[in-house]
Structures are given as structure tokens and as C-alpha cells.
Design a protein around this ligand. Structure first.
Ligand code: PGA
Length: 251
């Protein structure tokens, strides 16, 4: 079993087209020789197509930050998986905690989106993670089990080559407060064993589980050297060429 590590940048609601093009073009020469790590960037919808042209033929892949589950129809404001493919995406982030927190995402909507994205051939980065309150109440593992069960409901083992999981403790996102290497590893090991019991040890061994929450060039090495941590989903530090390239090059 060998799991190729992933460094994925979640640009959230940042970067106009000019800034996004600058960031993507700036990254290209700094990461072009990295072949032992998968590099993914995730700009806002409106710049996906332009950024896809900048990174075409390179080792950087493109993800959207969300998608809808219907293909087309009267759903004002939504974007479908086929439209993401059309814009040059190979990946899509689903169930980010900010979407769960501010836009009413539930395990059920996450599951519908995941199924729709997989059915069109997109690779999904499924996000899970507990809030500070849930952690303090000792509910971390129950909550994660619920998010995994709900998010992956009806998904067969065959789909797992197109599923990546991102564990992002909500209390560590954008707060500068990273989980310790041991805290993260403990949860990653739990997630892998849950996948093993829902599916098989083969699926569990092969699935890549990323950590997210205040990942920076200074803390990536400790995290990535943990047995069950296969990379990172990075917000803040993905917004600058130097810090994102440093993260990629640290792997
Ligand atoms: P952060 O965000 O790196 O800024 O904490 C991570 C994320 O939300 O994916």
C-alpha cells in the first residue's frame, strides 16, 4: 500500500481573477518538480475556468469548493458537477465546516452532493470535524462516526478511489490553534478504522485522510510524519505563493 500525499489549498472567498491568476502562475515554477505529492488548489467558482487554463498540463489539479446535487433545473445560484468538469475541475470539496455552519449543510445534503459528484467522475474531498464544544463534551468520536456514516451512506467500496477525507477540527480552522500531532493522529487512526469496519481493510489502507486547521509551513512536518495523516487541506497558508509552495515542498 502506498498513499501519495496531498497538499490541497482551499482559497475560500478570496482572490479576484487577477489575484487568482497571479497566485496560480506564481506556484507553477515553485512546485513543478514535485512528483511525490498531489497538489490541488480550490479557487472560487467564478475563476475556476481561468485558473484551469493557467495550470493546464501542470502537476496542479483544480477543485471547486462545493457543488449541487442536481444536474440542471430551476435552482438559482447553484452549480452542478458537470459544470465543474466543464470549468476544468477534477476535484470538489464537499461538506466543509463553514458550509455546514453558515449554509445549512447536513450529512444528508453532503451525501447527495457526494453521490452526484462521484457519478460524474469528480474526486471528492469529504470534510468532517468536531466543534470545540463537541470535543470538550467528549463527543468527538461519536460525531465523526455520524458524519462519516451519513456522508458516505449508500457509497460502495468501488467509489473509494475517488474519495479523500479531510479531518478538520472546527476549533482549529483559521484560529491559529492546530491540533497537536498526537490529537490529529488519534482521530485519523479512528477514521481509518471506521472506514475499515464499514468497508474493508483494503479500502481503509488506501484512503487518504488529510488534516486541516491552521496548517502552516512550521507545523506540517510533524503532522505529515504521523502514520495516518496523508496530507493537508490548507486555508490561510494557501493564499500566498511562498507559504503554499513551502508546504508542498515540505512533503
Ligand atoms: P485554515 O483553514 O488553514 O485557514 O485553518 C483550513 C480549512 O478551512 O480548510
Amino acid at each position: 500500500m502506498s498513499r501519495v500525499p496531498i497538499i490541497a489549498g482551499n482559497w475560500k472567498l478570496f482572490k479576484t481573477s487577477k489575484e487568482a491568476i497571479e497566485l496560480a502562475s506564481g506556484l507553477l515554477p515553485l512546485v513543478k518538480n514535485k512528483s511525490n505529492v498531489e497538489i490541488i488548489i480550490s479557487p472560487v467558482f467564478t475563476v475556476l475556468e481561468r485558473v484551469s487554463k493557467v495550470i493546464a498540463g501542470s502537476n496542479i489539479k483544480l477543485a471547486a469548493q462545493d457543488c449541487f446535487w442536481e444536474e440542471e433545473g430551476a435552482f438559482t445560484g447553484e452549480v452542478s458537477p458537470s459544470m465543474l468538469l466543464d470549468a476544468g475541475c477534477s476535484h470538489v470539496i464537499i461538506g466543509h465546516s463553514e458550509r455546514r455552519q453558515y449554509f445549512g449543510e447536513t450529512d444528508e445534503t453532503v451525501n447527495k452532493k457526494l453521490k452526484a459528484a462521484l457519478s460524474k467522475g469528480l474526486t471528492v474531498i469529504l470534510c468532517v470535524g468536531e466543534t470545540l464544544q463537541e470535543r470538550e463534551m467528549g463527543k468527538t468520536f461519536d460525531l465523526l462516526q455520524k458524519q462519516l456514516k451519513g456522508g458516505l451512506s449508500g457509497i460502495s467500496s468501488n467509489s473509494f478511489d475517488k474519495i479523500i477525507i479531510a479531518y478538520e477540527p472546527v476549533w482549529a480552522i483559521g484560529t491559529g490553534k492546530t491540533a497537536t500531532d498526537q490529537q490529529a493522529e488519534e482521530v485519523h487512526a479512528f477514521i481509518r478504522s471506521e472506514i475499515g469496519s464499514f468497508y474493508s481493510s483494503l479500502v481503509a489502507d488506501n484512503i487518504r485522510i488529510l488534516y486541516g486547521g491552521s496548517v502552516k509551513p512550521e507545523n506540517i512536518s510533524g503532522l505529515i510524519s504521523q502514520k495516518n495523516i496523508d496530507g493537508a487541506l490548507v486555508g490561510g497558508a494557501s493564499l500566498q505563493v511562498e507559504s503554499f509552495a513551502a508546504l508542498v515542498n515540505a512533503v
